[in-house]
Write a protein that binds this ligand. Sequence first.
Ligand code: ATP
Ligand code: MG
Length: 558
Amino acid sequence: MTISAESSTVEVAASSNFIRNIVQEDLASGKHSTIVTRFPPEPNGYLHIGHAKSICLNFGLARDFGGCCHLRFDDTNPAKEEKEYIDSIKGSVKWLGFDWGEHLYHASDYFEQLYLWAEGLIRQGNAYVDDLTAEEMRAYRGTLTEPGKESPFRDRSVEENLELFHRMRSGEFPDGSRVLRARIDMASPNMNLRDPVMYRIVHEPHPHTGATWCVYPMYDYAHGQSDSIEGVTHSICTLEFEDHRPLYDWFLDRIGAYHPRQYEFARLNLTYTVMSKRKLLQLVREGDVTGWDDPRMPTLDGLRRRGYTPQSIRNFCEQIGVGRNDSWIEMSILEESVRADLNVAAPRAMAVLRPLRLIVENYPEELAEEFTAPNHPQRPELGERSIPFCRELYIEQDDFQEIPVKGFKRLSPGSEVRLRYAFIIRCSGVEKDASGVITAVRCSYDRDTQAGGPEAGRKVKGVIHWVSARHGVPAQVRLYDRLITVPNPAGDEWKSLLNPDSVELLPDAVIEPALASAQPEERFQFERQGYFCADLRESTPGRPVFNRTVTLRDSRAK
Ligand code: ATP
Ligand code: MG
């Protein structure tokens, strides 16, 4: 009963996507005969749902227009980058259902070329080695309203600059002692053009180039040229890079290299969570979550463990569209997307999360029988399973009320309910321990009310799920809630807005026997309780651990 992305059937109508329109026009007009896009992560953290938007956009365009999409690691900062991140990023892109084929690249593959281009810029008088300290550079930079000040090292000769830059490369100087800067305009209203740093000294091994380099290009010096080297036709990035585009163009003009055209789109913000890798890393480091793949995290590995299907995430990205206005997307839209997918795909099962013993007084002690239930109400091809029944069952604690509130339709003394797929029962009383806590509910059953029986059609108000106490299998179940208590956490106070009840452990759950052999990542609908996924890391057949992916309905919707 394993559910793969391919078995899911929900497809979502495409929303507006202005970049798709541009690509279509470029192909129609013959500006490009084929397109090249890329997804360019910095390997300094795990991918999150925001990255999924970019992945679906870039890989989706290449897929739909017969082009190709590169996976390129923009790995310019060895201090923050690790192999663990590289591996998880590749895994996440594949899991989402995309394939870069042979087109796996690293900005660090281009370090030699970038270095040669930097020498060229020095020769043109367009770059210089600066000895100002980081603090001085900040002070010289000016503000949005005041121009910056030129560095006293700005007018070094080409020869001196070349010599110093070579010595930077050969490792003669300590970290932070010198940088290479572009010589542009300290008075530019665009701060990115105020002589931005191109190279810094970092004596640290790099996950891809090892100890080859001790000078590393800044992201802004590497990114545009990497796209140019790869022949990217549509260089797609988020809006915050709009102000960097003039800088990328400045470099490419002076180097004389091919200009990819850059298009910016609005990044995804999702309510009730945080998304920046810096914040996610902080949650991991400070132990607020169990790791990058904690099922509460908005990372792709977290969503995967939570039970999200790749299809549901692709559908979500399709549905929210691609535009240029920054906005927040409701978490409930993401949840609805996985609900729609799992409603079609997930087999049904019964599990009692907070068990209460139910004793069927008139059912013989030694007897046991089996009922047959469809695995999916609308999909007979998913087959059937048998569910054992005996004298002692478990039902949910909250399906019983000793003194029922007005309108309570489930079990209370004297009332009748149907046990799903089995009989109608009538409650005859309760058992309590010395302190008055209910330890069991007693009832009698009516055999005529089973399917096919003379009174099968008799209507009662409530139908509840149950598991045989003798045949049921213990399981650990975890219910999840929002990570953050407010919809739009902003600024630095987000850490104080963490939801203290974002996970609830239910150690005593009991599941029907057919669920006991669940494979990791197998997904089910537990009737009346939501969609659940056997945990990728901790669940094993025979010792199942289930994470609730999402409730059956949006209980918060008005
Ligand atoms: P974060 O801000 O979360 O730390 P980042 O932008 O630093 O992410 P990168 O590794 O540089 O992460 O991102 C790779 C690509 O994913 C970039 O092209 C970036 O524009 C895009 N991206 C990152 N976050 C989002 C988002 N929330 N919505 C859409 N695209 C995003
Ligand atoms: Mg970035």
